[in-house]
Ligand binder design. Structure first.
Ligand code: SF4
Ligand code: SF4
Length: 656
């Protein structure tokens, strides 16, 4: 079977100079005496802050009573923090040229845990702060062995007095072998590098060439793009570190307008940071404001999920598209702090692109190839620290919507510690949906709402916390009015709803197509409807049923964002309480559907799954190809300058 797991195709080249005790980049440190670091891909590590040191000290103390040995265990200087793969937040700690251990969020205990790697285990065994369990040979990872231990504690597996792995004491008193250290480490000194207490300023000194190289490449790119495009320059500023660097680079050439996308679910520190930065450089801020739309929408469709991201459309794409159309009808050059190392999707995204929601705007990312370390080097070197969002120094890994479904549970706890009122508001909304759908309490506690379909992550979380429920409830419970009967045959679909839906269609029927002999005729299917029943016929009946049902649901769930009005090329659609179309002038182009935030997530993720009885209905073979949709869109939209790729990535509106 071919694995569908997404894999990184790029990797940073951060290594550790063991003479100077600093991280360096392999390609700009030719004469360094370095060692490789076993980082999880893509190895986009960041420098540690005081909050990381505090968290490690607290965790070591709580777990092993070893807080006082912090300097011995992780070294007295700064260290690197890299994102690892785990069920929740999982951070690899690199110091003195090696991996020291893994800091991870224990979802059951709801606290941070520390799992030592070889170097930390060696020190901890020496100091007598970790329980030793003697083994006679290297056990297999994942196997169970017996030994004295206390439930839920990490123990050092020791062979002839040397640590060779870490075990976890299970509830049945048995020890599961969590990890064994590489055999070549056996008996070695714990750290390759001496304990020179280096900090970020020392790191910058040793990486001058790299910083100059990255900066000058980005400056050259920006200069060329500004010269070539000759449009007003804007910078999407999210209040995060990447967009701060992009803004600072842009200021070397022009005075841009700052675009801030206020999603309505930002943390107050972010809004304050945007104000502070704009005021420091005396820049005009234009706000793409989602107002309270997120909170209205969540009442209509339930919480967003990683695979049901209506939130990006409602809070980012719609406000930005409206703003772009109104403020820059003739186009603009928008600088975005997007980096390839942020996600696998981003790594595939080009450095210059257009977004289908505002195709007349050309987006560019001057820091596309930068690592987090490059970003922080630039910030410290250019004295921008006072302009950095303070949340980074309070334990936040990213800046963005505070209840983002892509967040690990640990991040919600960090948010709770800083802004308990926000988490309380969000959990109130979750509770309404939990009660409405009759879901277990764990749906909230363990963040199961963050996935709509029973993905492997969701199933694994459900197994770990020991609960089961029918995930279809999360789909069907969002459909109002519900579909109470369906017949899906070859070239034919008949759907019966619980209540009358005819008004929702009569208000919008010209979008589907022209009416002849009582039938609405679209490409590949025709529709008839009466009271609470719709019938679709034709070779494309399935797609027709998905499209028409989603049209019905967007009418019922309309959040009055008026995106449809903005994009309709003939001014045929008007929204008072619901969308209503003037059939005389409507040309059935469907732009008002494609640009409706309530339409796409519903048709693609919910309606298709319910109609086809499969959670992955969005993978159906009859689905129109993305490139065909984009081709049609391109025809309809005003002709853009140049031909860079068109994407629909909402997160590009601001770097993190
Ligand atoms: S129908 Fe129009 S106003 Fe209503 S949610 Fe869709 S785009 Fe917004
Ligand atoms: S965008 Fe306007 S013209 Fe096109 S289908 Fe919608 S209402 Fe009709």
């Amino acid at each position: 079977m071919v694995s569908t797991k997404k894999r990184w195709r790029i990797r940073t080249n951060i290594v550790w100079d063991v003479d100077k005790n600093v991280p360096v980049f392999k390609d700009t440190c030719w004469d360094c005496n370095y060692v490789e670091l076993p980082m999880t891909d893509p190895g986009d590590a960041r420098p540690s802050f005081d909050s990381d040191r505090d968290l490690l000290a607290k965790t070591l103390e709580e777990e092993f009573g070893a807080g006082k040995y912090l300097n011995e265990i992780i070294g007295s200087g700064s260290f690197l923090v890299n994102k690892g793969a785990g069920l929740d937040d999982f951070r690899e700690i690199f110091s003195r040229g090696t991996i020291v251990g893994k800091l991870y969020w224990d979802i059951i205990k709801r606290r941070w845990r520390f799992r030592p790697s070889y170097s930390a285990a060696k020190i901890m065994v020496e100091k007598g702060v970790i329980r030793k369990v003697t083994v006679l040979d290297y056990p297999k990872e994942g196997s169970n062995i017996s030994g004295n231990c206390e439930v839920d504690e990490h123990v050092a597996l020791v062979l002839n007095g040397e640590p060779i792995g870490i075990g976890y004491c299970r509830s049945n008193g048995r020890i599961r072998v969590v990890t064994t250290f590489p055999k070549e480490l056996y008996g070695r000194e714990p750290f390759p590098a001496p304990d020179i207490p280096t900090n970020i300023h020392d790191w910058i000194k040793e990486n001058e060439l790299r910083i100059r190289m990255m900066t000058s490449q980005s400056e050259k790119f920006l200069y060329q793009m500004i010269e070539k495009v000759k449009k007003p320059v804007t910078v999407s500023f999210s209040g995060g570190k990447d967009s701060l660097v992009s803004l600072h680079l842009t200021l070397k050439f022009v005075t841009p307008t700052v675009i801030f996308n206020n999603t309505g679910i930002e943390l107050p520190e972010t809004i304050e940071t945007v104000r502070k930065v704009a005021s420091k450089y005396n820049l005009e801020i234009v706000v793409a404001d989602a107002g309270d739309d997120f909170w209205h929408a969540v009442k209509m469709v339930g919480p967003p999920a990683r695979d049901f991201r209506w939130c990006c459309k409602v809070t980012k794409l719609v406000p930005m598209a409206k703003l772009a159309k109104e403020k820059w009808p003739d186009g603009a050059l928008n600088v975005v702090g997007q980096r390839a190392f942020e996600s696998i999707e981003r790594s595939k995204s080009p450095r210059v692109w257009r977004n289908k929601w505002f195709p007349h705007i050309l987006n560019i990312s001057p820091i596309h190839e930068w690592t987090q370390l490059d970003v922080w080097f630039y910030i410290y070197k250019n004295n921008l620290v006072e302009l950095v969002n303070p949340l980074y120094f309070k334990g936040f890994e990213r800046i963005g919507c505070f209840m983002c479904p892509a967040s690990p549970l640990a991040e919600f706890e960090t948010t709770r510690s800083v802004h308990p009122e926000l988490m309380e508001r969000w959990e109130k909304e979750l509770k309404i949906w939990k009660d409405r759908l009759n879901l277990p309490e764990e749906w909230i506690t363990y963040g199961l709402w963050r996935w709509l379909s029973p993905s492997s992550r969701k199933k694994s979380l459900m197994r770990t916390v020991g609960i089961e429920y029918d995930v279809w409830i999360e789909y069907k419970g969002r459909l109002h009015p519900p579909i109470i009967e369906k017949k899906v045959g070859d070239g034919f679909v008949r759907l019966k709803f619980l209540s009358n839906i005819s008004h929702s269609l009569s208000d919008q029927e010209s979008i589907i197509g022209k009416k002849r002999d009582g039938k609405l005729n679209a490409e590949g299917y025709s529709v008839t409807y009466k009271e609470n029943v719709i019938e679709i016929e034709g070779e494309n009946a399935i797609e027709g049923a998905i499209e028409v049902s989603a049209l019905i649901y967007r009418w019922f769930k309309c959040m009055r964002c008026k995106s449809c009005e903005v994009w309709c090329p003939t001014g045929s659609i008007k929204v008072t309480t619901r969308p209503k179309v003037n059939a005389e002038t409507c040309i059935s182009c469907k732009l008002c559907l494609i640009e409706c935030p309530m339409y796409d997530p519903f048709s693609d993720r919910i309606v298709s799954a319910v109609l086809l009885d499969r959670f992955d209905g969005w993978r159906r073979s009859t689905k129109p190809l993305r490139k065909e949709v984009l081709k049609e869109l391109k025809k309809t939209f005003s002709k853009p300058v140049g031909e860079p790729p068109v994407t629909d990535d909402a997160a590009e509106l601001g770097g993190l």
